[in-house]
Design a protein around this ligand. Structure first.
Ligand SMILES: C[S@@+](CC[C@H](N)C(=O)[O-])C[C@H]1O[C@@H](n2cnc3c(N)ncnc32)[C@H](O)[C@@H]1O
Length: 445
């Protein structure tokens, strides 16, 4: 079996260790915006299905077609497939999983959260590789999981207790003699700082996966690459020119937040203090001003107790969020992150109610914010232009739709690649909108 370093060398990458970050991935040739730097199939993954989720996802490709069309494993009743191709590709692992799950008591079934299922799958896949039923390769073997950071000495006692309880549950489900409970608890800690939320092309979360080579990539709040998914495959794409010898960096968190909020999120989940070029400005005048724009109130009173909103009644949600928006426009900077979050919520509710004209107005309101806080090439502004374009087209403003869809394509072809079904669909929509716009133009003449 070729080792990881030579596997990476073939992909013009190298594994290095940096004193302040641990393992790191370096480029050994120049990469350019849109290029796939590395892609990986998950070592293990699970869709976001739970006993209460109304719509189930296929275990193979994570699609969520009509539940009636997804077929359910008749034995364990817990796995779903969109067709025979996915069922076949998952069979070796699911055969073992099914044996374990189908004999479970009802009360234990209820505790089968996606992370418990992910852990069960980790052990079952390791067994399949040990028994040589599934081959091991340089990029796909359990040694890579063993090498992941666990931060066991840095986590809180509460977390430790939680991982120990979850490990006991996994042990009681597997019932394997000699299994190491401490190692299972450590693997839960590894999941916390190495597993990735799998998203669809529109960045909606659909599952969780462990990609042990992609997990070598460190974080920056000013990343040169982006992690996207095609089904359950993970792809890291360059969003800037990455010269040979440079570290490949992605963002683990929402980069639009203020420095303090980003640092808090990184410390809590990933247990490190970021020193990227944006974070190293913490406390400087520009950074304080930026935080005030994003999160600050004009009023300095700290008496506000917060509030909770019901989100299922969209009409009610819109009217409440509009009251908040009115207040926020008085209190906050027009480019405040709070105001943007409120407007995003109004937009979401308007879309649910199919109030397209007003939805378009709100979509347009969020764009200056997106332009300001995200780099020129980032999936979120790309998707916002896409929504804008679709709404404009639907409402008959084809010329504006062409402009918005073109902007979406310019960004998303770099972040999502051009060969995915999502991008092909977007490119086709743009072509159709262009044809329609030129037809309208010629019929006006
Ligand atoms: C997904 S792993 C990345 C690979 C890791 N460096 C390793 O040695 O396996 C995430 C962990 O890497 C470290 N890390 C990632 N980005 C970092 C950064 N910008 N500065 C310091 N440590 C970082 C933290 O320990 C974090 O919990």
């Amino acid at each position: 079996m070729e080792d990881l370093q030579s596997g990476l060398q073939n992909r013009k990458l190298s594994l290095s260790t940096l004193p302040e970050k641990g393992r790191s991935l370096l480029a050994t040739r120049d990469f350019y915006p849109g290029e796939v730097i590395i892609s990986q199939e998950p070592y293990v993954c699970v869709p976001n299905n739970s006993s209460v989720s109304p719509q189930k996802r296929c275990d193979g490709c994570f699609t969520t077609i009509n539940n009636n069309v997804l077929s359910r494993c008749s034995r364990c009743q817990l796995a779903f497939y969109c067709g025979t191709a996915c069922q076949r590709s998952e069979w070796k692992l699911h055969r073992l999983e099914c044996e374990v799950l189908s004999s479970l008591h009802k009360y234990k079934r209820k505790s089968l959260t996606p992370s418990i299922r992910l852990m069960l799958r980790l052990y079952l896949r390791r067994k399949l590789q040990n028994d040589k039923i599934i081959p091991s390769t340089a990029m796909d073997n359990y040694n890579l999981v063993e090498a992941l950071v666990a931060h066991m000495s840095d986590i809180t006692e509460e977390q430790l207790v939680l991982y120990a309880q979850m490990a006991n549950l996994v042990n009681s489900i597997l019932e394997w003699p000699g299994i190491n409970i401490k190692e299972i608890a450590e693997n839960f800690s590894k999941f916390a700082c190495n597993a990735h939320t799998i998203c669809d092309s529109e960045l909606r979360p659909v599952g969780t996966g462990l990609y042990p080579v992609i997990s070598i990539i460190n974080h920056s709040c000013l990343p040169n690459s982006v992690l996207v998914f095609e089904g359950s495959s993970a792809l890291v794409r360059a969003v800037q020119h990455i010269p040979s010898g440079t570290e490949v960096l992605i963002s683990y968190i929402e980069t639009a937040e203020s420095t303090m909020t980003r640092q808090k999120a990184l410390k809590e989940q990933y247990l490190f203090t970021c020193t990227c070029p944006r974070c190293s400005k913490v406390g400087q005048y520009d950074d304080i001003q930026e935080s005030a724009i994003l999160e600050g109130y004009k009023c300095k009173s700290e008496k506000c107790g917060g509030f909770l909103l019901r989100t299922t009644d969209y009409q009610e949600a819109i009217s409440i969020y509009k009251r908040i928006e009115k207040l926020q426009t008085e209190l906050f900077h027009p480019l405040s992150i709070n105001l943007m979050h409120t407007r995003e919520k109004i937009l979401k509710s308007l879309m649910e109610l199919e109030h397209w004209t007003e939805a378009l107005a709100y979509c347009k309101l969020t764009i200056p914010f997106y332009q300001r806080v995200y780099p020129a090439v980032h999936p979120l502004p790309g998707l916002q232009y896409y929504t804008c374009g679709k709404l404009e087209w639907y409402l008959g403003d084809t010329e504006e739709a062409v402009k918005s869809l073109t902007k979406a394509v310019d960004i998303l072809r770099i972040t999502h690649g051009t060969n995915t079904p999502f991008m092909k669909d977007l490119l086709m929509k743009l072509e159709e909108a262009r044809t329609e716009a030129s037809y309208k133009f010629s019929s006006k003449e």
